[in-house]
Design a protein around this ligand. Structure first.
Ligand SMILES: Nc1ccn([C@@H]2O[C@H](COP(=O)(O)O)[C@@H](O)[C@H]2O)c(=O)n1
Length: 270
């Protein structure tokens, strides 16, 4: 285990996954469910309309998080209700993920592998759909034992049909409440007070709020969209801001630096 890094806390959609790939938007975990395998034609149109209505609000630089919050609750609730109505089948989800264009950032596998090798816990804190998130990382062979996930999980009935979502809803702007309510999990994961936090939204900055003893949090913000409009607020809030960067080069460089510093320290002490 690394002494200089006790835990990584990361958002998932558009942070560990790419924002765009080969000129096309990469689907979020919710959008992976927008597949004719799982839902009917009217619902695919409806989900797209909801995305086109609410996503611009989510990233609107002229609105503060309090102003966005009711719209986010509305978006998530409408989509979850629609998915429940569509009686999504658990056994079709792996195929939906395989058929999707979900793609992790370049260098993301190396990032997951290095954390696993060094036994650093990786907490993925996502307002997406946990079951889909798990399938994406499983299909990319990076669902290592050090990975822990807090997200919106589906509740299936005994025949494997979606009947509800479990627990308190997590959306982009209530991660603080989620972090505090999962405080026990977070505390259990930390050992030393150094945390690396990765996100693509100002709402992600509160993901470490449940780690009460985290003294040093290095925050990295991926600014993917509405870059000029949001640049100032990102620069004021994150320690490092990456503009339209589809890679994990910077987080990987931070990890390499920490690992090599610890190796040199061990050699010096011998
Ligand atoms: N119906 C929805 C609701 C949300 N999204 C997007 O998913 C992202 C949430 O996941 P994180 O891993 O980033 O926390 C969020 O930023 C929304 O843009 C969606 O596509 N459909």
């Amino acid at each position: 285990m690394l002494l200089l890094l006790s835990q990584v806390i990361s958002d998932f959609d558009m942070t560990l996954t790419k924002f765009a790939h080969k000129g096309k938007r990469v689907p979020t975990t919710h959008n992976i469910l927008n597949n004719k395998l799982l839902i009917d034609d009217d619902s695919t149109v409806k989900m797209k309309e909801l995305f086109n209505t609410y996503y611009p609000i989510e990233i609107d630089a002229s609105l503060n998080p309090e102003e966005k919050l009711p719209y986010m609750v509305e978006w998530w609730t409408k989509v979850h209700d629609l998915l429940i109505q569509q009686r999504i089948r658990k056994d079709e989800m792996a195929r939906a993920v395989r058929e999707s264009n979900a793609v992790l950032r370049e260098g993301c596998s190396a990032f997951f592998d290095c954390l696993a090798e060094q036994r650093v816990p990786l907490l993925i804190f996502s307002a997406g759909v946990g079951d889909i998130l798990e399938e994406v990382i499983r299909q990319n062979h990076v669902f290592h034992p050090n990975v822990h996930i807090i997200s919106n999980y589906m509740d299936f009935d005994h025949t494997g049909v979606l009947q509800a979502f479990k627990g308190q809803l997590i959306h982009s702007y209530n991660k603080r409440a989620g972090a505090l309510s999962h405080g026990a999990t977070l505390r259990e994961l930390h050992g030393q007070p150094n945390v690396l936090l990765l996100g693509d939204s100002l709402g992600d900055l509160s993901m470490a709020d449940g780690v009460s003893t985290a003294q040093n949090i290095l925050t990295v913000g991926f600014l993917n969209d509405q870059v000029e409009e949001r640049k100032e607020s990102f620069l004021n809030s994150f320690d490092i801001v990456l503009l339209r960067d589809e890679t994990m080069d910077v987080p990987n460089a931070i990890l390499r630096f920490i690992v090599s510093s610890e190796i040199s320290k061990v050699h010096r002490e011998k």
